[in-house]
Design a protein around this ligand. Sequence first.
Ligand SMILES: [Zn+2]
Ligand SMILES: [Zn+2]
Length: 155
Amino acid sequence: MTHWSLPWSASCLCGRVKMRVSAPPLMSAACHCAGCQKLTSGPYSLSLMLPAQGFAVLEGETVLGGEHRPESRHHYCAHCKSWLYTTGDMMPGMVNFRPTMLDDASWVVPFVDMMVAEKLPGVASGASRAYPGWPPPEDYGALMEAYAKEGARPH
Ligand SMILES: [Zn+2]
Ligand SMILES: [Zn+2]
């Protein structure tokens, strides 16, 4: 159940932005939507959904990029433009943190694949559950409960 080995340190590619995660994630996901493919230049984005009080930018300057919409504010390092995390009106009190920024991301496995209707051929994220679109709101309770029990932990 526990053993999250918090807090976790994280930084962008250039190291100017330093972040800290101090609360367990509520869910982890891979999003295969066409937007995330463009944002990441890769086949999907990875998210750890964190309670906002469990996430902090300790130093460095961040800027908005990506969609520039109130629903989804994409935060980047001002210098190297690494995509660090997402906040938005859609998820008040939450931060979608990109776990590839962690000093040690070697344990990260997404729990749920989202938007697999737009997934590129030949791509497998390692997630054990999949949704063609976004998971319906009524599924989140059960998903978070399962993730709290079975979700991948730091080594
Ligand atoms: Zn940077
Ligand atoms: Zn996406």
